[in-house]
Write a protein that binds this ligand. Structure first.
Ligand code: FSA
Length: 435
């Protein structure tokens, strides 16, 4: 443990979810703050991070082996850790459906919670229609006829950007080094004399940063920076906001997050009376010819285009329809309200929806922490702990096996209902600023 005080670490994408968590856990593990350098295109909380958002869902979803352990660790930290506690709104989460397939799915999900055999039935249970109405009195009986639910009492929502911001404050207080803008934007790894041991990175302004370990936690940008051999396909999901009056807010305060896999989801209004609504769909790719570091020629890669950099971009016309459909289902009385802050949010899917947290197979000391697969914000409090374990060659083998370098498989489809459609075929989202 003594080399914790001397080991230098660079975190690329340190203003986002996995990167900020990594920097935090380095400090908690005893690394010297002045030996840690957090780089990002935007200051923490990075405006182009998927975590830079009003809210994200907290819930227990068991898709893959590590999910149970990770969700429980996260739940404990969101509940008890003083840094994270203020940002967890434990209002519960209702997974609901009115279709036969959807209801069968809820039952399967419930069974997988029971099968975990750790008492999850105490906080998770199936809901009949009337019980959904009790949890969300603003719904009407007519509206939810035929709906069934799966209630997750451990769930709710996370004030996402605010939580990353709190990590940012802590990192600043501790004296971590930061580089943002051009001096935070990754250009390429730097190598020792052997040509394969990474000892730093160069940013686009030509600054060279040196370190013993480089963590690349660049979220949806990761596959554009480093050749990940098609293990990750970055995709955009969409949301829009609606504004409620004070009177309307009162009816929706403290309600659970409501999610329906065939429509989307929404959250209770925030302190300004704003409700975020999302549709649910397999995401949008944006394939282009692009050459990441490590590739010998340009490849076809889905390259994110951020709202932070292109604030006039919105989302495809097709999304307006599906968001409106979600509003008509969940919030029919607001169906004529104007939408605003229409936006896309970029995540990166792996084929099996497990994370990609491993050392690069050819480049020693370059550690990847990516592959969120759209479900990782809730791991903000704890994921960095495991990245630090990896840095120290102490990642438990079940996690190392699940998160290892694993080319092959179909990350374009991942474990979703269909492969992503490409933004090139989806008109309506691109609004270049008129100068
Ligand atoms: O409970 C959850 O893990 C919801 S993740 C929210 C979401 O918008 C997905 O619905 C979407 O499909 C994508 O994975 C991004 O995240």
């Amino acid at each position: 443990a003594s080399n914790r005080t001397t080991t230098k670490v660079i975190v690329v994408g340190g203003g986002g979810t996995m990167g900020s968590s990594t920097a935090l856990h380095l400090i908690r593990a005893g690394y010297t703050p002045s030996n840690i350098t957090v780089l990002d295109v935007y200051p923490i909380p990075s405006a182009q991070s998927a975590g830079h958002d009003l809210n994200k869902i907290m819930g227990i979803r068991l898709r893959n082996g590590p999910d149970l352990q990770l969700s429980l660790e996260a739940l404990d930290m969101w509940t008890n850790d003083p840094l994270f506690k203020p940002f967890f709104h434990r209002v519960g989460m209702i997974d609901c459906s009115s279709s036969d397939d959807g209801i069968a799915n809820l039952k399967r999900k419930y069974q997988s919670l029971l099968d975990a055999n750790i008492g999850l039935e105490k906080t998770n249970w199936l809901l009949e229609t009337e019980e959904i109405l009790e949890k969300v009195p603003a719904f009407t009986k007519d509206q939810i006829r035929g709906w069934k639910g799966l209630f997750c009492g451990d769930g709710g929502w996370l004030a996402a950007a605010k939580a990353i911001n709190a990590i940012g404050h802590f990192l600043k207080e501790q004296g971590v080094n930061f580089g943002f803008g051009k001096s935070g934007t990754f250009k390429q790894p730097l190598f020792a004399a052997d040509g394969s041991t990474v000892n730093g990175i160069e940013t686009v302004d030509g600054t060279k940063y040196y370190a013993d370990k480089v963590v690349v936690a660049a979220g949806a940008w990761s596959p554009t920076l480093i050749d990940l051999e098609d293990q990750c396909v970055s995709k955009a999901w969409v949301f829009a906001h609606i504004q409620l009056t004070a009177e309307e807010v009162a009816k929706y305060k403290n309600i659970p997050v409501v999610y329906d896999g065939e429509y989307g989801f929404f959250f209770e209004p925030n302190e300004h009376g704003v409700i975020k609504v999302c549709d649910e769909f397999p995401g949008f790719s944006r394939f282009k010819q692009h050459q990441p570091c490590g590739a010998t020629s340009p490849k076809t890669i889905s390259v994110p285009r951020s709202h932070a950099k292109h604030p006039t971009d919105t989302y495809p016309d097709a999304s307006e329809e599906t968001i409106r459909k979600a509003i008509a289902r969940f919030l029919p009385q607001f169906k004529d309200k104007p939408l605003f802050n229409r936006s896309m949010c970029w995540c990166t899917d792996t084929a099996d929806a497990n994370l990609l947290i491993c050392e690069h197979p050819k480049w020693k000391n370059l550690i990847l922490a990516t592959g969120d697969s759209g479900h990782s914000f809730k791991l903000l409090p704890n994921i960095g702990k495991h990245v630090v374990e990896l840095i120290e060659n102490a990642l438990p083998s079940d996690l190392a096996d699940a998160w290892g370098w694993r080319p092959g498989g179909d990350a374009l489809r991942s474990r979703r209902g269909a492969p992503a459609k490409d933004l090139a075929d989806m008109p309506g989202w691109r609004h270049d600023a008129k100068i």
